[in-house]
Design a protein around this ligand. Structure first.
Ligand SMILES: *Cc1c(COP(=O)(O)O)cnc(C)c1O
Length: 397
């Protein structure tokens, strides 16, 4: 059976060109960038050229890029690093209720350490209102952290506007751009961000590598203490093959991004329209796409539905048996009984949040895959509903 992967928001396959670029750095050019000899110099040069490439891509300077082990580390670094370095200025942090766990959990940790965190609410499509950010600011506010785009429902936040507010008030602004780096245009000056997190495995690079952009002059404490790698900001021997892979992924993104987005948006909209037409009692979670303006406020590859009378986990498992790999915001995906905090935050009643399905498309998604999903999904939903007492009661009544 052909497998259809529609979970690109969870991770992406490594692009073969990325792998090819990485390969020599395992067995041949294995040097430690901190070594003085030629092996070391060669590795260092390669790492520095990636730093430059990323800097250019973001309109940042290379020494504002610090390599990390990925999105989770970058978020932890940004949030804890700013909090501890600026605690004499204040102890208040502003974030939102729809952030990734890699932002929410460090914030909760800091609450236990005596910091105060405001979790801003969002509207029914998942948007943070910049006026709410303005209103939440206190004299003691030292950091605002709002994600660029949501990994579950694809909402793209008004980052530039929020950044402007932060800038005017002299407050550091961090954005988790793990879902957008390498997918949307990012200019750290236009977006007014001081810190930005990214991760290679969300853009066809390897897992376990990413970076944190830190604007020059930002007061932050190092995340890992040890050697003086990354100019003392992040100790540990560089993940050279990983960084090389990230660099190649960025180069490919730069070339392909624009065209890929046109393609993905078309498939996304086809999937949304098709499913909404074919399956009754279905909700599109996240921003609507029927007008050009709103369409651009949703990630080009993100689709998320709520199906009434269905349990998301059974749906995902049933689809997997048909060769379709998707994800749900329901229950045990997070090993708790609570449905996704994001779906609850946009006001879905728990029973609909439990029946959610996320399909995220990517570089290797074919039109035929979308057609196959449009054929199989209605059948599966209908079968699962026929087993639901609530659904049957609705029919019979
Ligand atoms: C995947 C993801 C992360 C975590 O990144 P890792 O590199 O897997 O640690 C953080 N934030 C968002 C929005 C993500 O999608």
């Amino acid at each position: 059976m052909k497998k259809i992967y529609m979970d690109y928001a969870a991770t992406t396959p490594v692009d073969p060109e990325v792998l090819k670029e990485m390969q020599p750095y395992f067995c041949k050019q294995f040097g430690n960038p901190s070594s003085l000899h030629s092996y070391g110099q060669k590795a260092r040069k390669a790492v520095e050229s990636v730093r430059e490439k990323i800097g250019q891509f973001l309109n940042a300077s290379p020494d504002e890029i610090v390599f990390t082990s990925g999105g989770t580390e970058s978020n932890n670094f940004a949030i804890k690093g700013i909090a501890y370095a600026n605690k004499e200025r204040g102890n208040h942090i502003i974030t939102s209720v729809v952030e990734h766990h890699a932002v929410i959990e460090p914030c909760k940790y800091l609450e236990n350490q005596g910091f105060e965190v405001t979790y801003l609410k969002v509207d029914k499509n998942g948007f943070v209102n910049p006026d709410d950010v303005k209103e939440a600011i206190k004299d003691r506010t030292i950091l605002i952290s709002i994600m660029h785009a949501n990994n579950e429902i694809g909402t793209i936040q008004p980052i530039a506007e929020i950044g402007k507010i932060a800038k005017e008030r002299g407050i550091y602004f961090h954005t988790d751009a793990v879902q957008t780096f390498g997918h949307l245009n990012i200019d750290v000056d236009e977006m007014n961000v001081d810190l930005l997190s990214a991760s290679a495995h969300k853009l066809y690079g390897p897992k376990g590598v990413g970076f944190l952009y830190i604007r020059k002059g930002t007061r932050i404490i190092p995340f890992l203490h040890g050697g003086d790698q990354e100019r003392g900001r992040r100790a540990s021997t560089h993940n050279v093959p990983g960084i090389i892979g990230l660099g190649k992924a960025v180069e490919l993104a730069r070339k392909k991004m624009k065209e890929e987005n046109v393609y993905l948006k078309r498939l996304r909209d086809k999937l949304i329209t098709g499913v909404m037409r074919k399956i009754e009692e279905t909700i599109l979670n996240g921003p609507v796409v029927d007008e050009p303006e709103s369409s651009d406020k949703r990630l080009p590859n993100n689709v998320n539905f709520g199906f009434k009378y269905i349990e998301g986990e059974s749906l995902v498992l049933s689809l997997d048996m048909k060769g379709i790999c998707a994800s749900t915001g329901s229950a045990c995906s997070s090993q708790s009984l609570e449905p996704s905090h994001v779906l609850l935050a946009i006001g879905l009643p728990p029973e609909i949040a439990h029946g959610s399905l996320r399909l995220t498309l990517g570089r290797y998604t074919e039109e035929g895959d979308v057609d196959y999903v449009l054929k199989v999904l209605p059948e599966v939903v209908s079968r699962l509903r026929s087993m639901s007492p609530l659904y049957r009661a609705g029919r019979d009544g």
